[in-house]
Write a protein that binds this ligand. Structure first.
Ligand code: AMP
Length: 407
């Protein structure tokens, strides 16, 4: 786990604001769910995923309740849906916040990491699959990222998937797999396709493909999603070996991969369509679809592409008061109340020391009060950029309108 400090925090805030803009404009409302839930909410994600079996921060609280920090948000959102039963469907929501997984931390992989995401419950329409993928694509575009690849697959209907899993089991039973993948095979044959180990490459290459198992409905849904994406000019790559953790996934699944990150950490985000999760959490049978995008990794990808740099807004004003500090207290309060950003020097330091601070603050103007100004009821306004004109002495009562005119 790590600290995020200024000015980096400004980028986090801006990224969240961009995401909120994109999804609010599409009719999504924000949900805020607890960081801690009954551990059962998360074990329902699937007994065969590392997130559940190895990585949960689960513990018993003082009341003897078995709880866990959340490792992701889909299960929490489905739990909230099952609990509150919103009447109007589809229920379109977005979220932002931290998740916790006991993983081996490295660049792009942390034990506390943030995600932004959406979930839509109650609609099975392929147009919705296209819509949410388009929202994620728009988000990346608004951040300035260009090297993001959308990787797409369909897991078919649950029966198609079951037939496929059976075929994989038979195939891999005779294949030359690494020891780790043999363990995975016993738990979740689909996840063997996820192995990045060299030892497994040949076996995976020759494995049966999910598309051979699609029912007519599943094939039509997948075709509709691809056609919809093409209509919107969204590029994608179909990757028949793309599988994702959740046991409940069906039909469309997708991942956004960053071009510049290490391949192990190149997944910027992903999602898919799922069924059965709301039901497993006590609600009515409800189709769902959503995605979660990793904030930490998205910002690393922005760094690697040299986009979405420092988004800190410089201060409007730095107040330099060499007559005791009272004037600065009143002036900064007035400026802030008028909607201008303002900071000041403390400890009654010398003019030179305070001007140094003003420079360092990168404020657009220094407002200076010395003994003469105090006596005359004036202030000196000094533009800090070299080419922004000369300093002026103005009546103190004109300060705010003067600064507003010059912004
Ligand atoms: P998942 O919920 O595992 O599908 O992850 C969705 C996205 O969250 C991934 O594509 C990553 O960008 C991000 N993510 C998942 N786990 C971590 C982690 N431990 N540290 C940082 N980001 C993560």
């Amino acid at each position: 786990m790590r600290d995020i400090l200024p000015p980096e925090t400004a980028r986090w805030r801006r990224l969240n604001a961009v995401f909120a803009d994109v999804v609010s404009a599409a009719g999504y409302g924000q949900v805020i769910t607890p960081l801690i839930e009954d551990v059962g909410v998360f074990t329902r994600i699937g007994e065969a995923t590392d997130v559940v079996t190895k990585e949960l921060y689960a513990f018993e609280d003082r009341g003897g309740r078995h709880v866990s920090l959340r490792p992701e948000l889909t299960a929490s959102v489905c739990r909230a849906f099952a609990q509150h039963r919103p009447a109007a469907l589809p229920w379109k929501v977005w979220y932002t916040g931290p998740n916790f997984r006991q993983e081996k931390a490295q660049r792009g992989r942390y034990r506390q990491f943030d995600q932004v995401g959406v979930e839509v419950l109650g609609v099975d329409d392929a147009h919705l699959d296209v819509e949410i993928i388009a929202l994620a694509a728009e988000f990346y575009q608004r951040l300035g990222l260009t090297q993001v690849t959308l990787v797409l697959n369909s897991l078919g209907e649950p029966e198609d998937r079951a037939a496929y899993v059976a075929a994989l089991e038979t195939y891999f039973a005779d294949a030359d797999l690494s020891e780790q993948s043999q363990t995975t095979l016993a738990k979740n044959p689909l996840r063997v396709l996820d192995s990045k180990r060299e030892h497994d490459a040949v076996a995976i290459e020759g494995a049966p493909q999910i598309s051979e198992f699609y029912s007519d409905d599943a094939a039509a849904h997948f075709a509709a999603v691809q056609a919809g994406l093409k209509r919107l000019g969204i590029d994608f790559v179909v990757e028949p070996k793309l599988v994702r953790g959740l046991d409940y996934y069906r039909r469309t699944i997708f991942e956004f991969q960053g071009g510049t990150l290490d391949s192990a950490q190149n997944a910027l985000g992903g999602g898919g369509r799922y069924d059965g999760l709301v039901e497993a959490l006590g609600g009515p049978a409800t189709p769902g679809i959503g995605f979660a995008l990793g904030v930490d990794r998205t910002l690393l990808a922005c760094d690697d592409e040299g986009v979405f740099g420092d988004v800190t807004r410089p201060l409007d004003v730095f107040v330099v008061d060499v007559v005791g500090g009272q004037e600065a207290a009143v002036l900064t309060a007035e400026l802030r109340a008028a909607g201008l950003s303002a900071d000041r020097g403390y400890d009654n330091r010398s003019m030179k020391a305070q001007m140094k601070l003003a420079n360092r603050s990168e404020a657009r103007f220094a407002v200076i009060v010395g003994a003469d100004e105090l006596a005359d009821g004036t202030v000196v306004v000094r533009p800090m950029a070299r080419d922004a004109g000369d300093q002026q002495t103005i009546p103190r009562t004109d300060l705010i309108s003067h600064l507003k005119d010059r912004s």
